[in-house]
Design a protein around this ligand. Structure first.
Ligand code: ATP
Ligand code: MG
Length: 414
């Protein structure tokens, strides 16, 4: 049996890599300009980080984690998301002593044991941004604006949905209200939703079966239960988005699959993606750092799926690889000279490639032409080297040491 990439994973080939580099470059430019610095955390962490950080009741922790033993009785997990690890790093490095908020971004791979399909993989990449240490509504709005700018730079048209979950205390009271409502209507709910009334009643808003949906259309809504402070925070975020000209819909039943959110919640989705329509999502998580034994620290952030952004983006203007000089070998004796010429050309700042396949001279020239080389140097055992300018077809004999200066001068060969 041939060994293949594991199910749900993929190889990034050079052409894909160029598109990913473009995503990275836009993220770096847009987030860097707003003061976000790059962070990368380990690909695996203590399993407990995600159990406590993401939440025991979430799909991620319940069924999507790749966990394994480190051989010494400790459970490790391939990171399924980036926020809990960044918060772990914030606490571990005492970042609460840095000027606040600490603004960080990453572009890393994440791992979830999910059923693979288009836009859903077991190893996937996210660009993420986290602003830790600010409770101001401007932080939420700024993060949303930066995400909108990133999607815009990639030519992605996405719909923004926002909501607010309020504070955990409000949510706890609301949760009981919702649980009573679900219990009173339990005969119409799907088995899965009924089974999770105790554990995670909010997820009932996510259900797609008609019975549950009918019940949920009449369910009490958290957005109507926010206290005055939370409602004011949400109103300010909306006002700032209005002012920035960012369109959005208020989606009172927006539920995201992570337990740590408080107050603002948002998601961008694209119709170009079909079933996996979520491009990016995020929100405020004011209690997470504390929950991970750090000092009470408000925070907000988002993550955008790189593969889904690339699927939604379609064509991206990536520039083709450039070859200034192709070093052809006309005589076996000349191989060391050819090798050295290619090296010196690169040191002089040229993109230079050496013939590495034992082709005939004729086929070397055809190959150089196909790759769009600007010049071909034909290195033989004689006193001179042929330098051919590919576009004009002009060729001239030079001493070996004149080849690079001639190309750099860009002067005519005849
Ligand atoms: P979904 O509802 O599609 O499962 P999610 O709510 O689990 O998404 P988040 O945890 O918020 O997603 O992750 C943020 C983004 O990461 C998503 O909007 C999506 O673009 C991307 N993403 C999440 N899971 C996957 C996956 N398995 N494969 C590829 N991209 C993913
Ligand atoms: Mg998911």
């Amino acid at each position: 049996m041939k060994i293949q990439a594991p199910r749900g994973t993929f190889d990034v080939l050079p052409e894909d890599a160029a598109r990913r580099e473009l995503v990275e470059a836009h993220a770096k430019r847009i987030l860097g300009a707003a003061g976000y610095g790059r962070i990368e955390t380990p690909a695996f962490e203590a399993t407990e980080l995600f159990q406590r950080g993401v939440g025991e009741a979430t799909d991620i922790v319940q069924k999507e984690m790749y966990s394994f033993s480190d051989g010494a009785g400790r459970s490790l997990t391939l990171r399924p998301e980036g926020t809990a690890p960044v918060c772990r790093a914030y606490i571990e490095h005492g970042m609460h002593k840095w000027p606040q908020p600490v603004k960080l971004w990453y572009m890393s791979s994440f791992f979830r044991a999910e059923a693979p399909q288009k836009g859903r993989y077991r190893q996937f990449w996210q660009v993420g941004a986290e602003a830790i240490g600010s409770a101001e509504p401007e932080t939420d709005a700024e993060l949303i604006v930066l995400l909108a700018d990133l999607l815009d730079a990639l030519g992605i048209r996405a719909r923004l949905m926002i909501s607010s979950l309020g504070k955990p205390e409000t949510r706890a009271v609301y949760r009981e209200e919702l649980q009573s409502y679900l219990r009173a209507n339990s005969d119409q709910l799907s088995d899965e939703v009924r089974g999770r009334i105790d554990l995670n009643p909010l997820r009932a808003f996510d259900a797609i079966d008609p019975g549950t949906r009918a019940v949920m259309s009449g369910a009490p809504r958290l957005l109507d239960r926010l206290d005055a402070e939370d409602a004011a925070h949400f109103a300010t975020v909306r006002r700032l988005l209005d002012r920035a000209g960012i369109g959005y819909e208020i989606e009172p039943t927006l539920v995201r699959g992570l337990d740590y959110y408080t107050r603002t919640l948002f998601e961008f989705s694209s119709d170009a993606l079909g079933a996996q329509s979520g491009v990016a999502g995020g929100g405020r998580y004011d209690r997470l750092i504390e929950q991970l034994d750090g000092p009470p620290t408000p925070a907000c952030g988002w993550a955008a799926g790189v593969e889904r952004m690339l699927l939604a983006a379609g064509e991206l203007p990536t520039s083709p690889a450039i070859t200034d000089l192709y070093v052809a070998i006309a005589d076996q004796e000349a191989r060391p000279d050819a090798f050295q010429l290619a090296r010196e050309a690169r040191r002089a700042g040229l993109a230079a490639q050496l013939e590495l396949s034992g082709r005939s001279l004729k086929r070397q020239l055809a190959h150089a032409d196909r790759m769009g080389a600007g010049y071909v140097a034909i290195v033989g055992d004689g006193p001179t080297t042929g330098l051919k300018e590919m576009e004009s077809g002009e060729q001239r004999e030079l001493s070996l040491s004149e080849v690079i200066p001639t190309i750099l001068r860009g002067s005519r060969l005849t």
